[in-house]
Design a protein around this ligand. Structure first.
Ligand SMILES: NC(=O)C1=CN([C@@H]2O[C@H](COP(=O)(O)OP(=O)(O)OC[C@H]3O[C@@H](n4cnc5c(N)ncnc54)[C@H](OP(=O)(O)O)[C@@H]3O)[C@@H](O)[C@H]2O)C=CC1
Ligand SMILES: CC(=O)N[C@@H](CCC(=O)OP(=O)(O)O)C(=O)O
Length: 335
């Protein structure tokens, strides 16, 4: 299966290439790059060698291919998706440009008018543990954001079971690679090293993304309080999700929900990000707090893995009718 990567030199693009190198059904046939066009991949990233390293980055694809992975800023994907679909390509978009169903949310949360609202209905939200069947028939996948992946997997058993929920309070910690490769002053090494801080407390585009899935599964809106925090590590994400809900004994429900899932594991102690970095795994750890009377769920993922590129490959496998786990049997670096 020939694939093209758009935005090949960004963080999610490079991670995708790292993983696709070992995918037995994939041949990367086009690497699209604006900033590095004309160079070989190995000239930009010496750790890619062999056939892949010798591929030249180009502004437009030179060879035909069947599936496009878009590792672009939201605005870039917004423009490109309709064109690729018209050409008959299947598209996996890692940006947020097609994640929300309601186009009227885009000006507020993304600062642009959505020019292709008809495609929002067509796009399938690519969280396999929830939408596996829809993904299999899709031609456009909106790959989820990293925070929503960690949070939705932490609460999915409750939504599926119809547990009565009053409100959800989320605190999520992310490594700096979540912000992408483009330099920004407050992520500059001397400022970020030894520092961590909350941001976007009043408005983050992942709130309507999570709310949309909750409404779809659960039928009603649930108030969400979301606090993202960036910490001075490169990769990894930990979400602590407090769910004010009817009293439950969560362990069996979580074990039952995820028993057959290859990538979601129920931990028996609070999980670490070092358990997942470099992999497509998510660990969830549910705990009923008898004192406050709420459920706390801690989840960990790699923001560039299950939060982006390896999840995109899981979606690709499903879309193409391959076994869901191929190319994703990944080992991590511990410690
Ligand atoms: N980082 C993360 O943890 C996650 C990111 N995402 C989403 O995935 C997408 C890619 O993210 P990520 O790889 O981190 O981003 P990066 O900033 O690291 O890379 C994006 C790449 O897109 C290309 N590009 C094309 N046009 C532009 C432009 N106008 N401005 C900047 N870059 C441009 C560039 O590559 P080139 O020059 O080669 O064309 C750039 O390196 C984004 O939409 C992001 O929101 C989703 C989940 C997690
Ligand atoms: C640390 C950091 O800045 N993280 C990013 C999340 C990246 C991600 O998942 O995002 P998209 O929705 O952009 O695809 C942020 O909060 O904007």
């Amino acid at each position: 299966m020939k694939v093209a990567i758009y935005g090949a030199t960004g963080y999610t693009g490079v991670e995708l290439l790292r993983l696709l190198q070992n995918h037995p059904k994939v041949k990367v046939s086009a690497l699209i790059s604006q900033s590095q066009a004309g160079k070989r991949l190995r000239d930009v990233f010496p750790f890619f060698y062999g056939e892949l390293g010798n591929l030249t980055l180009t502004e437009e694809p030179k060879e035909d291919y069947e599936v496009a992975f878009l590792c672009l800023p939201h605005e870039g994907s917004l423009e490109l998706v309709p064109k690729l679909l018209e050409e008959g390509k299947k598209v996996i978009d890692l940006s947020g440009a097609y994640r929300l169903k309601d186009p009227s949310l885009y000006p507020h949360y993304y600062s642009f008018e959505h020019k292709h609202p008809e495609l929002l209905e067509k796009a399938v939200y690519g969280l396999p543990e929830i939408y596996r069947e829809r993904i299999k028939g899709a031609s456009l996948i909106a790959n989820p954001g990293c925070y929503p992946t960690s949070v939705l997997l932490a609460i999915y058993p409750l939504l599926k079971e119809g547990i009565k929920i009053e409100k959800i309070v989320i605190t999520s910690l992310s490594g700096v690679s979540g912000a992408g490769r483009k330099p920004v002053q407050h992520f500059h090494f001397p400022e970020m090293f030894g520092d961590f801080f909350a941001y976007s407390l009043e408005k983050h585009r992942h709130v309507p993304e999570m709310e949309g899935v909750i409404k779809d599964l659960y039928g009603i809106n649930v108030p969400l309080r979301f606090s993202p925090i960036v910490v001075p590590t490169s990769r990894g994400m930990l979400s602590s999700v407090s769910v004010f809900c009817e009293k439950i004994e969560p362990r069996e429900l979580y074990m039952e929900t995820y028993r057959e899932e290859p990538f979601v594991k129920v931990a028996s102690e609070p999980p670490h990000t070092k358990w997942v970095v470099g992999t497509n795994l998510c660990f969830v750890y549910p705990l009923w707090d008898h004192r406050v009377g709420c459920l706390q769920v801690v989840s960990v993922i790699d923001n560039l893995g299950k939060g982006a590129s390896s999840q995109a490959i899981q979606n690709f496998n499903l879309m193409m009718g391959f076994e869901e786990t191929i190319g994703l049997n990944l080992s991590l670096n511990f410690p």
